[in-house]
Write a new protein. Structure first.
Length: 88
């Protein structure tokens, strides 16, 4: 994984941690349920984005290398399994 991509993923995950901390505080403070739900949706969106970046990197590097080495079938099956889980 490229350093810039790794940094992007880590930054997004750290943001997610901060948002989850905020959600915990909102619940503790008995904040409005809809506001809490909006923050939860924001965290889910960030996690989806991180996952897509990670899958993108896997395809561009790991799967590509496996195909070059003539061993792509297993890596392709892994990606198909991920897409199946993601689509549900």
């Amino acid at each position: 994984m490229e350093n810039s991509t790794k940094k992007e993923i880590l930054d997004l995950l750290k943001t997610t941690i901060g948002q989850i901390g905020g959600i915990i505080k909102m619940v503790e403070d008995d904040r409005y349920c809809v506001d809490i739900s909006k923050q939860i949706l924001a965290v889910q969106g960030l996690l989806k984005k991180v996952n897509l970046i990670n899958i993108d990197q896997h395809i561009k590097h790991c799967v590509k290398q496996a195909i070059i080495e003539g061993q792509g079938d297993e890596k392709i099956a892994e990606v198909i399994d991920l897409i199946d889980k993601y689509a549900k």
